[in-house]
Design a binder for this molecule. Structure first.
Ligand code: C2E
Ligand code: MG
Ligand code: MG
Ligand code: MG
Length: 286
């Protein structure tokens, strides 16, 4: 959270705020304060190679533990941040904490990548490229260790502008990922126009792998598509060994989900890595 971000946060998007909802009013009023006082934290969830179980990176997931309301889901407060002009400061904060953690892991001998989610509004923020470059330099993290995740939906809001911005980010050396792939309304051919390195299969398809042939067909098709387009394919929402095994057969590259590890405070990642039985990843991959 910084002064520049705060200035950007002064835009007013009052029209679509539901002023009648008291919970929403509380969140709107307190999000800014939580950002300024350290109430918003970043947790990380490990990602592993499907074949070996080796942990190669994490996804950063923002967390807000409200003193009275308890944990508030990012699905609830990220849209609020977007509508109240706080998304700039929020994105900056998450990037800053994620890159600080990445730098600490590197110092500890673990060269892990970190993926950060970009909301639609951040994707169209003209300051984003400079901000990302500034934060990479501040934490001395190579650009290739940062992945930025965008959804089809946010790209489709203004494809020409989004693609131009993605090219700028790509030129910095940052990796780009299409999150929640398959849930949007873009045509498959759009994927080839996006300058991205990775596609993330939405967890709704991954979680249905055990119960229906349809989801197996979808995951297989997306994985094949990704492979033919030279993209890394990540499956999120992997909750059990059987799903992992299926993803290995299908030819996915990376897995992320509760079966490997739940999101955890960034400071717990290295202890968690050390506590993993050496054979566990290998066993899981068989
Ligand atoms: P996402 O980017 O698709 O993140 C994956 C979500 O799946 C996370 O939910 C994660 O906790 C959850 N998940 C991971 N593995 C499993 C599993 O095995 N089973 C199940 N049931 N769930 C699993 P979370 O943390 O609640 O985040 C929800 C969404 O909020 C994210 O979806 C993302 O769209 C957004 N979000 C989270 N952090 C940020 C952030 O820093 N910035 C922005 N703009 N959006 C964020
Ligand atoms: Mg994501
Ligand atoms: Mg996702
Ligand atoms: Mg999602």
């Amino acid at each position: 959270y910084d002064a520049k971000g705060a200035a950007r946060g002064l835009r007013v998007y009052g029209a679509d705020l539901d002023t009648a909802d008291p919970r929403r009013l509380t969140l709107v009023a307190e999000l800014r304060a939580a950002l300024a006082t350290g109430g918003i934290e970043v947790h990380v969830q490990p990602q592993a190679r499907v074949t070996t179980g080796e942990v190669v990176g994490v996804e950063a997931l923002v967390r807000w533990d409200h003193p009275e309301l308890g944990r508030v889901s990012p699905e609830e407060f990220v849209p609020i941040a977007e509508r109240t002009g706080l998304i700039g400061p929020l994105t900056t904060h998450v990037l800053d904490r994620s890159l600080a953690a990445c730098a600490a892991w590197r110092a500890g001998g673990h060269d892990l990548a970190v993926a950060v989610n970009l909301s639609a509004r951040s994707l169209y923020d003209a300051d984003l490229v400079d901000e990302v470059a500034r934060l990479l330099a501040r934490h001395d993290v190579p650009a290739g260790r940062l992945t930025l995740e965008v959804t089809e939906g946010s790209v489709m809001a203004d494809p020409a502008r989004a693609i131009a911005l993605l090219h700028q980010l790509r030129d910095l050396g940052v990796r780009l990922s299409v999150d929640d792939f398959g849930t949007g309304y873009s045509s498959l051919s759009y994927l080839k126009r996006l300058p991205v390195h990775e596609v993330k299969i939405d967890r709704s398809f991954v979680m249905g792998l055990q119960s229906g042939a349809e989801d197996v067909a979808i995951v297989r098709a997306v994985t094949d598509l990704g492979r033919h387009l030279d993209l890394e394919v990540v499956a999120e929402g992997v909750e059990d060994a059987a799903t992992w095994e299926l993803l290995r057969e299908v030819g996915c590259d990376l897995v992320q989900g509760w079966y490997l590890g739940r999101p955890m405070p960034a400071a717990e990642l290295l202890p968690w890595l050390r506590s993993r039985p050496a054979a566990r990843g290998a066993l899981r991959a068989v």
